[in-house]
Design a protein around this ligand. Structure first.
Ligand code: CP
Length: 337
């Protein structure tokens, strides 16, 4: 493996093999397999789970890491193409990233959507430009419309709990005080479709996912035997659901327009997941969210603190799933597998 940028780059079997490796590393630690290896983590945006789990993952495999948060103790890095750099950024990623890559054995980059131009973000314009100047193994730590590390951990969580392949998986929009990116919902709908699940995207009017995102998921579903559809009918969507995965995201009809998006959201306060959402769901329906989450805006305490919630397991699984990715990228085969 040279890069881990998108689950779509891997077959279902390759992903299940990565998850098997993650499970193996949980029960058979390899504390020296990455001795001497260094991972650089370039964080244009904040993180709790991604940053800490990659640092810990490197340490648990015997390697080490360094963290760059551009503009905070380092030069601010410009990533725009063809920009006249007369603003705050003193250095461009075209110089900065190859330098950081030359110090490390692998780089991870987190760079969220710019949130101004949907086509620009859907094309992963910034991330692609950055990845083009990195000649070392590269990991997508969350880009404009993808979060493969979260998706891999979530897939592992579904395997851990032996959720059937054709289970009904509902990805539901939830409320949030601000516009949030589409990386997790896009990665999640694709992950569940790639796993072969019956996926329903539940969202109010105005919050449909981009057609490009739905098409990508449908291609994955066609290959895996799953299905993908969308609806605004909450009762119908949740009937028989075996997994409800909640996530906030912005409207594509008001992309980059915080005032318009806020006006659209103003009447949607009841899109906060509560226990009564599960009345017609499968009895053992589980609740997922990638975190961070706004309690009692996106999800009620009773759900997050209740027995359905597997959000802590998802977050824990970031560690073994990413250790498997690091192992494949950096171990030269390793000792065990
Ligand atoms: N889910 C997730 O990526 O969490 P962080 O933003 O804290 O890394």
């Amino acid at each position: 493996m040279k890069r881990f940028l998108d689950l779509a780059d891997f077959s279902r079997e390759e992903i299940l093999d990565l998850i098997a490796l993650a499970c193996h590393l949980e029960s058979h630690p390899e504390p020296r397999v990455l001795a001497g290896k260094i991972l650089g983590l370039v964080m244009f945006n904040p993180s709790l789970r991604t940053l800490s789990s990659f640092q810990v993952g490197m340490m648990r495999l015997g390697g080490s890491s360094f963290v760059i948060t551009p503009g905070h103790g380092t030069w601010q890095l410009e990533s725009g193409i063809g920009v006249t750099m007369n603003g705050a950024a003193a250095e461009h990623v075209r110089e900065g990233l190859p330098i950081l890559a030359s110090y490390a054995d692998a780089l991870g980059i987190r760079a969220f959507a710019e949130g101004k131009d949907l086509k620009y973000d859907l094309a992963e314009t910034n991330f692609r430009a950055m990845s083009a100047v990195v000649d070392k193994p590269l990991i997508n730590l969350e880009s404009a419309v993808n979060h493969p590390c979260q998706a891999l951990a979530d897939w592992k969580t579904l395997e851990d709990l032996t959720v059937p392949q054709r289970a009904k998986f509902v990805l539901s929009w939830t409320n949030h005080p601000r516009i949030t990116p589409m990386a997790v919902p896009a990665a999640t709908v694709h992950m569940a479709a790639h796993r072969g699940m019956d996926v329903v995207v539940l969202r109010p009017e105005g919050y449909a996912l981009p057609p490009e995102t739905m098409d990508k998921a449908r291609v994955a579903a066609a290959a895996s035997g799953g299905s993908v559809r969308e609806t605004n009918d909450r009762t119908e969507a949740l009937a028989g659901a075996q997994i409800v995965y909640a996530k906030e995201w912005g409207s594509i009809t008001h992309y980059g327009d915080s005032v318009g998006d806020a006006a659209l959201r103003a009447g949607l306060a009841d899109w906060c997941v509560r226990e009564d959402w599960f009345a017609s769901a499968s009895k053992d329906c589980k609740f997922m969210h990638c975190l961070p989450v706004r309690r009692n805006v996106a999800v009620a305490d009773e759900v997050l603190d209740g027995p359905r919630s597997i959000v802590q397991r998802e977050a824990y699984n970031r560690l073994p799933a990413q250790m498997a990715v690091l192992y494949r990228l950096l171990s030269n085969g390793g000792t065990e597998r």
